[in-house]
Structure formats: structure tokens, C-alpha cells
Design a binder for this molecule. Structure first.
Ligand code: XBP
Ligand code: MG
Length: 237
């Protein structure tokens, strides 16, 4: 019986990857780096989970001289911190909005007694900015567990972040459903044994989701609210 829904963030709660791309490019420009990630390149780079890991991968494939830097780790950390400050400001300015059906599903889960959690690769400040902007700060109360970014040794597609969410929820995988937008996220959730609903995003609509329990365009699809029926019946007693 469904006891919790575990949401991914980027591409799932909101279509935010375009904002991340803009933030990366602004941080590159502000730091006088001759780098610019267009949409096609970003689609490729998104296969690397984590902004810091994505920058390192880009340097190793495209800017070999930077790779020689003695302070490469610190350089990437500083650049990514700048990107995160640009991104969180964009979100605070209202540039990210929840995808269709997200708010309704969250409300329906609340009235069915289904608990909510977040399992994301993105940095915690990005999650907090989105919850603040989308739920007027009530986000922290809505999502009982928030697992994000560097809190785990291995990012998606490794299962670590979802295993952490299960541990903190104190629930078995079969009492939960994960909601994701990407193959990395699907593999992470399925790797933790969690049935997964996919809502492909603008950057992931060409990916393979064969391991998913359900693939829908958006969370306002009727099959999604059916997930809650069991929970509601049981709650009604
Ligand atoms: C998506 C990611 C993140 C974001 C950028 O996270 O892979 O890396 O692209 O955020 P998810 P950071 O879909 O799991 O929410 O720069 O903070 O990593
Ligand atoms: Mg995602």
C-alpha cells in the first residue's frame, strides 16, 4: 500500500534545467571563461549528474589546459558556488514554475495521508529556493525528508540518494513510489527497489525509460491519481 511519494526535483517538480544552463553560462561569463553550453551540448552534458561533476567532465573533454591547473578542485568549487548563487536568484525571481499536475498530486497525497520526500542530485540551496518560491516557504513542512546533492557519496544513477530517503522515511521500497524525469533518476530509484513514474522533461524526452512502472507526459494524467486510490481507501478504513 502506498505510504510515500519520493520526488526528484530538476525536470520533475519543475522544468528547471534551462535555468541551470543559463546559470552555468552566466557563471562562466562572470569568470571570463570562454565557455558557453548551448541546448544541444547541455543535453549531452546532463548525462553527467551533478553540476560540479559536469564542469569537471566538460574540462576533461573540452578544455585540456584548465585540466592542468594545480587548484582544479577549488576552481570548480568556486565556479559552481557562483553558478548556484545565480541559479537560486533566478528561482527567487519566479523564473521556475511547478510542472502541470505537481501541486495537485501533492495536495491529493496530503489528503490521502501519503507522506512526501525529495531525492535529488541538485544542491540543497536550489531545492530550498524552489520550495520557497513555489510553496511560500511551506515546502519544508510538505516534504518530510529532503535528500539532496553532496549528502551521498555516489550521485544518480547510483541508488544512494533514494536509499537515504527510504532510511529517513523508515519505509520499505515497496511502500513508496518515485517520480523522475531522467534515465539517471530512473536507474537510481529502481536501483533502490522503488517503482518509478516518469514524466519526461525537455532534456530527457529522448531517453530510455523501459524500467519505469509508468511513463506519462505530466502528473495530471489519470493513471497518476490512481496511484493514490489504494492509499485513500485504506485511510478511509
Ligand atoms: C539534476 C542534476 C543537477 C542539476 C544541476 O538533479 O543532475 O546536477 O542539473 O544542479 P535532479 P547542481 O534531476 O536529481 O533533481 O548544479 O546543483 O548539481
Ligand atoms: Mg531530474
Amino acid at each position: 500500500m502506498l505510504k510515500a511519494i519520493i520526488f526528484d526535483v530538476d525536470g520533475t517538480l519543475a522544468e528547471t534545467e534551462e535555468l541551470h544552463r543559463i546559470a552555468f553560462n552566466k557563471a562562466f561569463a562572470d569568470n571570463n571563461l570562454p565557455w558557453h553550453w548551448d541546448r544541444a551540448r547541455y543535453r549531452e552534458l546532463l548525462k553527467v549528474s551533478g553540476g560540479k561533476e559536469r564542469i569537471r567532465h566538460f574540462i576533461e573533454t573540452d578544455d585540456l589546459p584548465q585540466r592542468q591547473r594545480a587548484d582544479l578542485k577549488q576552481f570548480i568549487l568556486r565556479l559552481h558556488r557562483h553558478k548556484t548563487s545565480v541559479y537560486t536568484q533566478l528561482v527567487a525571481d519566479g523564473k521556475a514554475e511547478l510542472r502541470p499536475g505537481v501541486r495537485q498530486l501533492i495536495d491529493a497525497a496530503g489528503s490521502s495521508g501519503v507522506r512526501l520526500a525529495i531525492a535529488t542530485t541538485t544542491s540543497l540551496p536550489n531545492v530550498e529556493a524552489l520550495l520557497q518560491a513555489s510553496f511560500n516557504g511551506a515546502g519544508d513542512d510538505l516534504f518530510e525528508v529532503i535528500c539532496a546533492g553532496d549528502s551521498v557519496p555516489e550521485k544518480k544513477p547510483a541508488p544512494d540518494i533514494y536509499l537515504d530517503a527510504l532510511r529517513l522515511l523508515e519505509l520499505p521500497a515497496d511502500a513508496c513510489v518515485a517520480i523522475e524525469d531522467s534515465r539517471n533518476g530512473l536507474l537510481s530509484a529502481v536501483g533502490a527497489g522503488i517503482a518509478t513514474v516518469i514524466t519526461p522533461g525537455i532534456y530527457t524526452n529522448d531517453q530510455d525509460f523501459s524500467e519505469a512502472q509508468l511513463v506519462v507526459a505530466n502528473l495530471n494524467a489519470p493513471e497518476v491519481s490512481a496511484l493514490l486510490v489504494g492509499a485513500r481507501d485504506l485511510k478511509a478504513g
